[in-house]
Design a protein around this ligand. Structure first.
Ligand code: SAH
Length: 247
């Protein structure tokens, strides 16, 4: 059966792509994906055939790529981070049903993981990942999840926090969080991870500047135990507290 890879290429830097992802890309005849991600892969594989189109042409892009696979080509579809986390893996698997194509997903480092390591160790306890994009999800449902996650004192990671089409979603999320979390709750904003312009901002829920957040940012909101010390955002897992060994 014809092979079709759906590959998470990690946040951006080539050294944060897995060896398995590189092997799958090397095997492919055609590499498909959104232009920004293709640009990250092209320097590593300049001689491949590329199939790219805009951000919102996902269905068309997948259908074209699957057609190429039916013609007998080995295709690799790339997503940033992990392809199964707000990536293309789900859509490819849905569209490939009944097509006799062997879809293999190759995991990658998602922005929650790469961003957390730049901040310190904010995700040491239970956390919730929420996308603020209402392009495919009702805003009311997003609001419900923001409320429930904040009430349950999850550490919260926000993907798609802000774009031109939804400039105020991050502010609305912040207002919801402030109903459950104190204004001094640590917030980490990580932009362009592994890419030119990589930026790390440490602030609080009360003081965060919405203008610092864009569509290439991932935002981390701490739980009640999270603190910032020496430039690191840390959520204690509880080891020291358990020993009665408070710092
Ligand atoms: N599949 C991707 C997520 C795609 S959704 C993953 O697993 O990481 C797009 C959102 O992901 C962006 O709005 C941003 O919140 C986050 N993101 C993806 N790559 C990023 C990067 N290099 N730096 C910061 N945030 C990133």
């Amino acid at each position: 059966m014809q092979k079709f890879y759906v590959i998470g290429i990690g946040p951006g830097a080539p050294e944060e792509m897995t060896i398995r992802a590189k092997q799958a890309l090397a095997e492919a005849d055609i590499i498909a994906g959104y232009g920004t991600y293709i640009d990250l892969v092209k320097p590593l594989f300049p001689d491949k055939e590329y199939l790219q189109n805009g951000m919102t042409g996902e269905i068309k892009r997948c259908q074209l790529a699957l057609e190429k696979a039916k013609e007998g080509k080995t295709v690799a579809m790339v997503s940033s981070g992990d392809s199964g986390i707000y990536g293309m893996a789900g859509l490819v698997l849905e569209l490939a049903q009944g097509m006799e194509i062997d879809v293999e997903t190759v995991p990658g480092i998602t922005a929650a993981a790469s961003g957390a390591s730049l901040l310190g160790a904010p995700l040491m306890h239970d956390f919730a990942v929420i996308s603020l994009s209402d392009r495919l999800t009702e805003w009311d449902l997003i609001v419900k999840r923001l409320n429930n996650a904040a009430e349950a004192d999850f550490i919260i990671v926000l993907y798609n926090p802000r774009s031109k089409g939804r400039p105020d979603h991050i502010d609305r999320a912040r207002e919801i969080f402030l109903q459950y979390k104190s204004a001094s709750t640590p917030v980490g904003i990580v932009k362009n991870i592994g890419r030119t312009g990589e930026t790390v901002i440490l602030t609080t829920l009360g003081e965060m500047n919405i203008e610092d957040v864009d569509m290439f940012s991932t935002v981390f909101i701490g739980n009640r135990q999270t603190y910032i010390k020496d430039g690191k955002m840390i959520t204690p897992r509880g080891y020291l507290e358990k020993k009665g060994n408070h710092q």
